[in-house]
Design a protein around this ligand. Structure first.
Ligand code: AQP
Length: 336
């Protein structure tokens, strides 16, 4: 059971990233190790170049993101923890995968449509081919499982098609990975606009809870969360109640219980205020220790660099093998 997932170095990771992805990473690192395999987690700096970026900030954000992941519980002794640009096999494999990716399939990617519409100066070719690099990230490790939030579903489906097409043509060289989406919290919504996902680039500042927000800010954001005007208020998860449903999901994920248990625990609540207070408390209980550990980890960039260097050495033992097989199969490079 090999697991791979990547996360962009936007630094300001939010509760959607935390519940939808990071919580699954920590669980996956233990599950992979228990099965005698390994989980690989990658800060995908090359993906962050698909929209405008500042080179100085990029380095800072990579360290910020690494420190958040380590603070959340990733342990470089138990998993392989890497920075994407340290592993040249990712970009080489992306080229090879591009040869078996249909242009028409890339054209159908929702994320490209949304993000390209927001670019003012340049819609880069990298934004268009981003899902091919993402496919290469995973396929380079022959990973079986890709834990992501719901917004990445289409990209994982594309990488499965790419791997299958490659294998059909060149033999069983790549592993076709499975999508792994959490049962609860796969799509955390913006607190101010609960019909849109909580997002780094398109969310509202008041509706986005950042992992590094202080406890008071978290409380304030939940207090102001949009609910509905049902009278009497109903604390139930229902498609017609996106704001309340989102709070129930967040509370259940933060407490590690089911949404039914959350509904039952709030059966006697006086109103939505009780739900908001309970959710803010549970989120702060979840994030307080992460914020404390973050401060210590972020303080030493040399240590973070050493962790990346050690991770890259372990990662390349796997990726070099995959690339050697791929090169042989497609007929490039020296004869094997
Ligand atoms: N709202 C969300 N709910 C659940 N999971 C989410 N993820 C993102 N948003 C939500 C999951 O977080 C992981 C990392 O995502 P990323 O690398 O794309 O990081 P990001 O750019 O900071 O995430 P955003 O907010 O999704 O950015 P935008 O909206 O700008 O593209 C992924 O597994 C993702 O599914």
């Amino acid at each position: 059971m090999r697991i791979f997932s990547g996360i962009q170095p936007t630094g300001r990771k939010h509760l959607g990233n935390y519940i939808g992805a990071i919580v699954q990473y920590v669980e996956g690192q233990h599950r992979a190790a228990a099965a005698g395999d390994i989980a690989i987690f990658c800060v995908v700096d090359l993906h962050a170049m698909t929209v405008p970026w500042n080179p100085v900030e990029m380095r800072e954000r990579v360290y910020d993101t690494a420190a958040i992941l380590l603070a959340a519980g990733l342990d470089p002794e138990q998993c392989i923890f890497i920075r994407q640009s340290d592993i040249p096999e990712h970009t080489e494999l992306a080229w090879h995968m591009g040869a078996v990716t249909a242009h028409g399939d890339l054209n159908r990617m929702h994320q490209f449509k949304e993000k390209s519409a927001r670019q003012r100066d340049l819609v880069s070719a990298d934004l268009f081919t981003y899902p091919v690099l993402m496919a290469a990230d995973v396929l380079a490790y022959r990973a079986n499982e890709v834990p992501v939030g719901d917004d990445q579903r289409q990209h994982v489906e594309l990488m499965r098609d790419v791997a299958q097409r490659f294998n059909d043509r060149f033999g069983e060289i790549l592993v076709v990975p499975e999508l792994k989406i959490p049962e609860l919290g796969a799509r955390i919504m913006d607190l101010q606009d609960p019909t849109s996902k909580m997002s780094t680039t398109s969310g509202s500042p008041e509706g986005t809870v950042y992992v590094l927000d202080d406890a008071k800010t978290v409380e304030k954001k939940f207090k102001r969360a949009v609910t509905d005007s049902d009278d009497p208020p109903r604390i139930v998860r229902d498609p017609s109640k996106p704001g309340v449903s989102n709070l129930i999901d967040i509370l259940a994920a933060a407490r590690g219980t089911s949404f039914a248990e959350v509904e039952a625990s709030l059966a006697d609540a006086r109103g939505y205020g009780d739900l908001k207070v309970a959710t803010a408390e549970a989120v702060n209980a979840l994030l307080d220790p992460v914020r404390d550990r973050y401060t210590a980890l972020r303080a030493d960039e040399d240590v973070l660099e050493a962790i990346f260097a050690a991770g890259a050495a372990k990662a390349r033992e796997i990726t070099r093998d995959t690339l050697a097989d791929v090169r042989q199969a497609i007929g490039v490079g020296p004869r094997g």
